[in-house]
Design a protein around this ligand. Structure first.
Ligand code: FAD
Length: 466
């Protein structure tokens, strides 16, 4: 059994690494947080691409992660103040005459929130800056680790000097292309799977209305223009703008080349109502200027090495963004990790091992669900079968809640049920709903036969109510 360690080195000051540093600080560890890039909070870094605002959907799991640190939920309150509620999806056909079809997320009125990633990250860094036991070291990239010796080497990206630090524990939260994960693989026989999907994402921007200065679309929806194999989405920001993303295959992007005409024709055909919202010139300018970025999905197992290191957040389970859960799952990792530290006081090796074992099925599940939700968002949301099933599940949840039926989306976004438990519940729910639906169809068929038979004998109508 190891003695209680005192020092932790957290690698990566994104939302997940910063939150982990804050939890360790409140648990009275000596914390050093190392970040490859500059301090997000400094004005000179605002122009850098990485600090540019992107909006993320924040839901219950992320909120729980933020709630469980410090006193009186101060951090959580500050974060929530800056978010915008999104009560449902607004599905657009793209035709200028169409105002969109609203699909609520939850029959009991629960909602997700649009959060500015940069602001949220800054709020956590600000909370860390108030802690006496935290050092934040920017412009330092992880280079080497000797975990058994407790040594970690960083390179100062400005001076190119190397810096070696000693620590009891390393927490790798350095994102999808994690150097911690790569170095950990030297110590651990890690199962590792990485997929790039055949889709790139590119950002567009809808400004406030030029005359009223107000939002140009409903601010309380996540707007989707589903087109079967690609889609456009828009998420509101506090400054009354929308951050939009076009998700599309590299070949379709390539087909548009650098041609203004082709690009405009593509928008006219698919998202005509978006053109006046962005402006024709701005639309093409953004198409030419903004980068097209890939989407990676990473699964691995285990996440730890002895009592020495653990990876969390995107470093452990980068996922495609279609369930809006990447950051939420990462913030939840931190809460779950501390649950396991509390379960094994004074035995860090046991705590890390039980975290790894517990978290693997959940992380792998949400990676798979995120992949599947791409199809739901770009295609199924308009299908009759999807809408009918959603309606039945919602009615049962609204009027017979003791049955326990809920949509998968509601359980993923509005609960902290384990992702693997959500999948299992949905499987059982589908089984008995299909059995009932089959029974209803069968009864209908038999009923029609019954009506037909009885009709001949003059007793018509009784079976019609089936
Ligand atoms: P990151 O945010 O990647 O942070 C990692 C940090 O580590 C960075 O600051 C990086 O500079 C630093 N770093 C990297 N290498 C090193 C090194 N060698 N040494 C030191 N530091 C290093 N999630 C949601 O929950 N909801 C959404 O709606 C949502 N939408 C998304 C939309 C898009 C288009 C994309 C691409 C992602 C979306 N996500 C969403 C996912 C979300 O952005 C990530 O899951 C989240 O940012 C992961 O946080 P992280 O702290 O684990 O990693």
């Amino acid at each position: 059994m190891s003695t209680s360690p005192k020092k932790v080195v957290v690698i990566g000051a994104g939302p997940v690494g910063s939150l982990a540093a804050l939890y360790f600080s409140h648990a009275n560890w000596e914390v050093e947080l190392y970040e490859l890039r500059g301090d997000l909070r400094l004005p000179e870094n605002l122009s850098l691409n990485f600090s540019k605002s992107i909006n993320l959907a924040l839901s219950d799991r992320g909120i729980d992660g933020l709630r469980n640190v410090g006193d009186n939920e101060v951090l959580l309150k500050k974060v929530l103040e800056e978010t915008i509620p999104m009560h449902g999806r607004m599905i657009h056909s793209g035709k200028p005459s169409d105002k969109g079809m609203s699909q609520g997320y939850d029959v009991h009125g629960r909602f997700i929130r649009s959060a500015d990633r940069w602001k949220l990250n800054v709020q956590i860094l600000d909370a860390l800056a108030e802690r006496g036991n935290v050092k934040m070291i920017f412009n330092h990239g992880l280079r080497k680790m000797d975990l058994d010796a407790g040594e970690v080497e960083f390179e100062n990206t400005k001076t190119k000097e190397s810096v070696t630090v000693h620590t009891d524990l390393v927490v790798g939260a350095d994102g999808a292309h994690s150097a911690t994960r790569r170095l950990l693989q030297k110590n651990v026989q890690m199962y590792y799977e990485q997929t790039y999907i055949d889709t790139l994402w590119q950002e567009y921007h809808i400004p406030p209305h030029p005359i009223t200065g107000d939002f140009q679309l409903s601010p309380n929806h996540l707007h989707i223009w589903p087109k079967q194999t690609y889609m456009f989405i828009a998420i509101p920001s506090a400054d009354k703008t929308f951050t939009c993303t076009l998700f599309m295959s590299p070949s379709l992007f390539a087909g548009l080349g650098k041609s203004r005409e082709k690009h405009l024709a593509f928008f006219k055909k698919n998202f005509e109502d978006v053109i006046p919202l962005v402006g024709e010139d701005a639309l093409f300018d953004q198409f030419m200027r903004n980068p097209r970025l890939p989407l990676i999905s990473v699964k691995c197992d285990p996440y730890h090495y002895k009592d020495r290191a653990i990876i969390i957040g995107d470093a452990a389970h980068a996922m495609v963004p279609f369930y809006g859960q990447g950051m939420n799952a990462g913030l939840e990792d931190v809460r779950v990790l501390f649950d396991h530290l509390a379960l094994h006081p004074g035995d860090l090796a046991a705590a890390l091992a039980s975290y790894s074992k517990h978290r693997r099925p959940d992380s792998h599940c949400i990676n798979d669900l995120a992949m599947r939700n791409y199809i739901e968002m770009r295609a199924s949301v308009t299908s009759r079968a999807y809408l009918a099933r959603k309606w039945v599940e919602e009615m049962l949840y609204a009027y017979i809640p003791w049955l326990g039926v809920r949509t998968m989306y509601s359980m993923v976004s509005f609960s902290s049920l384990r992702y693997s438990e959500v999948v299992e519940r949905v499987r059982r729910q589908k089984l008995w709903m299909d059995t009932i639906a089959g029974g209803v169809v069968l009864a209908g068929v038999l009923g029609v036969g019954f009506v037909g038979l009885r009709g001949k004998t003059g007793v018509v109508g009784t079976a019609r109510a089936v």
